[in-house]
Design a protein around this ligand. Structure first.
Ligand code: ASP
Length: 282
């Protein structure tokens, strides 16, 4: 059974950006699904899907990351292999081209789970990763949005491979005009992402809200009593207690796919073997 779901952020949906952002989500979805079809792992699939979104300037991850108060990018990413519970995360990286790939290497090649800032970049250098100057990450859009409070273009993916293994990955530039050193939910296990052998989930939205509820792992607690779709809906409903705003994408080992949000919209795309092509929308 092969499954993938990706998201391109939840939040304020700018109408002229909708068609292109849905298209890019579908492209990320089909890229990840081809990886699964070629017999590769769910980890390979989520990394390749997220890289498509990191490389696209319209999403708040990699190129196109929002700028902090000093006008620099500080990017966060996380990854988890549900079959082993191995994880990797990075925060506040400023010049690594693909933060999601760095999170993967932290998981696979370091003795640690989470590296931050210059330590994460020193590790990236040691293993020969690609770096880019600030100009690469800056776009006309993010310069325009500097100082504007906005969120919602973070990216993530959840996949199930032929071996029944679930993996999740997330990458973000965080929120615009953030304090230097601010870290959101995205690289935090349980909050921005979680996977085990029965489900995987990725959150997006206001990181400060998501981490207070440990939103992604919360689905697992509800799954003991209800099906995936109800569990995801319940986790989103829980945000009301703190007036929080977020979205979730998830899938489980049975192959069920679910997403819910309480923001104006959330860009998504998903794919199963019985579909001809990725279904995408907002
Ligand atoms: N959750 C991300 C953060 O707070 C932002 C987003 O999802 O758009 O860093």
């Amino acid at each position: 059974m092969l499954r993938i779901i990706v998201h391109g952020g939840a939040g304020n949906i700018k109408s002229e950006e909708v068609p292109i952002r849905v298209d890019v989500c579908k492209k990320a979805c089909s890229t990840g699904f081809s990886v699964l079809r070629n017999g590769k792992s769910s980890i390979d699939a989520v990394v390749e899907a997220v890289k498509v979104l990191e490389d696209h300037p319209l999403f708040d991850a990699g190129r196109g990351s929002y700028l902090n108060e000093e006008g620099n990018v500080e990017m966060d990413a996380g990854i988890m292999d549900g079959s082993t519970l191995n994880m990797g995360a990075v925060s506040a990286v400023t010049s690594v081209k693909s933060p999601v790939e760095l999170a993967r290497f932290v998981m696979e090649k370091s003795e640690h789970n989470f590296l931050t800032s210059r330590g994460a970049e020193a590790f990236a250098k040691e293993i020969g990763m690609q770096f880019e100057p600030l100009q690469y990450f800056l776009t006309e859009r993010t310069v325009k949005l500097y100082r504007k409070t906005r969120f919602g273009d973070t990216v993530g993916a959840v996949a199930l491979d032929e071996a029944g293994k679930i993996a999740v990955a997330v990458s973000t530039g965080g929120v615009p005009f953030k304090h230097v050193g601010r870290v959101g939910d995205s690289p935090l296990i349980g909050s921005g992402f979680y996977a085990n052998d029965s489900f995987g989930a990725i959150a997006t939205g206001i990181g400060e809200d998501i981490m207070r509820l440990v939103l992604s792992v919360r689905i697992g607690f509800y799954l003991e009593k209800m099906d995936l779709d109800k569990a995801v809906a319940q986790a989103i409903e829980d945000l009301n207690v703190i007036n929080g705003k977020a979205g979730l994408i998830a899938l489980d080992k049975e192959g069920d796919i679910s997403f819910h949000y309480n923001t104006k919209g959330m860009f998504y795309a998903y794919m199963r073997e019985d579909l001809k092509e990725c279904v995408g929308g907002v």
